[in-house]
Design a protein around this ligand. Structure first.
Ligand code: GDP
Ligand code: MG
Length: 463
């Protein structure tokens, strides 16, 4: 979707004075970009009307300063694009089972009345179910959940082997059989086993067919009846564009899924179509698959997605992301969260975050939350970006304590200091300026995010 993002950003930045002509041209460009990435024509028409009426009602024409005009325009576009990809439905979230243990007959037994969060996957063959199962298991495992995988695909030869290999690689417990032909039985047995062992999350992979067929739907209903899933996720190939909507509707009638994972969103032009089409079915997209590797899974949140697309960073997701990573005992990290809560974001906070990013990986997810970095990343790749971040850290390492703990304004009208920093860290003065600029943007976002929402919520798994 790099293309769509570039075009949307281009449209927004083409507004200079904020004249009516410019604004009309911008709206035209935005709609053109959306149509080309396969968003439904009716949705685009509606979006265009909404943008026009929002612009009229927020008195943008009367705004004297071109900069404020552009800010207000960006806000209108951002809000409308979020609306386009938002299903306005909250998907269910897994909880950790707080199981205390007791030793009975020399065996540790977990005592808890809470039940496991059972996730059933459905979708056509080749959609990416088996791959996404493991990705999701790894995602939750990283966040401290215990996860078990069940292979209930007895239709395709080699299905169990595929899941098993993925599970072993990721060190996730799995359940399946080479001999049992009945998928309902395997699903039931696997779920029962992991439930008994008090796993927080149990993910059940099922078979698909090449087309939407009655036989498949019947099987899904039977498995669903047997395991009573907490959440059913439909996995869909995101590269099918607008066709996603009718496929989602067909599956919805037979197996009443509540969430969607769109796969193969890596660099596909039609992704915008799939996302908006699925949102139109009022089903939340929970994750998107962005590659064949185990880590290539991103939480889908409309605001995050649109922020990324427009390259404006997303401080709220950044905070959630950092909080979800169990860095709570890290002193620098604690201080940063405290500061952000007060609407403060010093250069030192910025440095702490940058240091954390290198530890956290994969970089793609994180870079996109920082204004400007996501764009660089999509142009130069992970390795280059990692180098860039290291450079940024070197530069901040060369700053004095006083500078680090400042809001960055200390550098205004201090070109000699900037040049010194550049020399000290082996970078160019422009790179130093860039960091100061990025920091300024993030600090402004921290302020407005906190003003708008109060303190961020306590940790937990996002998504
Ligand atoms: P299933 O039949 O629904 O279980 O689909 P699989 O999980 O076996 O995936 C089918 C193919 O799609 C495999 O080659 C996967 O590597 C590939 N695949 C799955 N998800 C993604 C994704 O997000 N991006 C890309 N590029 N390939 C994917
Ligand atoms: Mg499969």
């Amino acid at each position: 979707l790099a293309d769509l993002g570039a075009r949307l950003r281009g449209a927004l930045s083409s507004v200079e004075s904020g004249s009516d002509d410019e604004i009309q041209q911008m709206i035209k460009d935005i709609c053109g970009a959306l149509l080309e990435s396969d968003v439904n024509i009716k949705l685009v028409a509606k979006l265009r009307d909404n943008i026009r009426s929002q612009i009229a009602s927020s008195n943008i024409a009367q705004e004297a300063s071109p900069m404020n005009k552009r800010k207000k325009l960006q806000k209108v576009i951002y809000d409308e694009l979020c609306g386009l990809v938002d299903s306005h439905v909250e998907p269910p979230k897994p909880k950790k089972i707080n199981a205390s243990t007791k030793t009975i007959k020399g065996k540790k037994v977990k005592l808890s009345k809470e039940s496991s969060h059972v996730i059933m996957f459905v979708g056509l063959q080749g959609a990416g179910k088996t791959t996404s199962c493991t990705k999701l298991a790894v995602y939750y495992k990283k966040r401290g959940f215990t996860v078990g995988l069940v292979c209930a695909d007895t239709f395709r030869a080699g299905a169990f082997d595929q899941l098993k290999q993925n599970a072993i690689k990721a060190n996730i417990p799995y359940y399946g059989s080479y001999l049992e032909p009945d998928p309902v039985k395997i699903a039931f047995e696997g779920v029962s086993k992991f439930k008994q062992e008090k796993f927080d999350i149990i993910i059940v992979d099922t078979s698909g067919r090449h087309r939407q067929e009655q036989q498949l739907f019947t099987e899904m209903v039977q498995i669903g009846d047997a395991i009573q899933p907490t959440q059913t996720i439909m996995v869909m190939d995101g590269s099918i564009g607008q066709a996603a909507e009718s496929q989602a509707r067909a599956f919805k009638e037979s197996s009443n899924f509540g969430s969607i994972i769109l796969t193969k969103m890596d660099g596909h032009a039609k992704g915008g179509g799939a996302i908006s089409a699925v949102a139109a079915t009022k089903t939340p997209i929970v994750f998107i698959g962005t590659g064949e590797h185990i880590g290539d899974l991103e939480v889908f949140k409309p605001t995050t997605f649109i922020s990324k697309l427009l390259g404006i960073g997303d401080i709220q997701s950044l905070i959630e992301h950092v909080q979800s990573l169990n860095l709570q005992n890290d002193e620098g990290h604690k201080q940063t969260i405290e500061n952000i809560k007060e609407g403060k974001f010093t250069l030192k906070d910025f440095q702490t975050q940058m240091n954390n990013f290198l530890k956290m990986g994969p970089l793609t997810n994180i870079a996109s939350m920082i204004p400007g970095l996501g764009n660089i990343m999509s142009q130069v790749g992970e390795e280059e970006t990692s180098k860039k971040i290291k450079n940024m850290i070197y530069i901040m390492d060369s700053m004095t304590q006083k500078e680090l703990e400042s809001d960055g304004r200390i550098f205004i009208d201090q070109p000699s200091r900037i040049i010194r920093l550049a020399k000290g860290s082996g970078c160019s003065a422009i790179e130093v300026e860039m960091i100061l600029q990025q920091h300024r943007m993030m600090s402004t976002m921290a302020k407005s995010a906190m003003a708008a929402q109060g303190a961020p919520g306590a940790g937990g798994a996002p998504g």
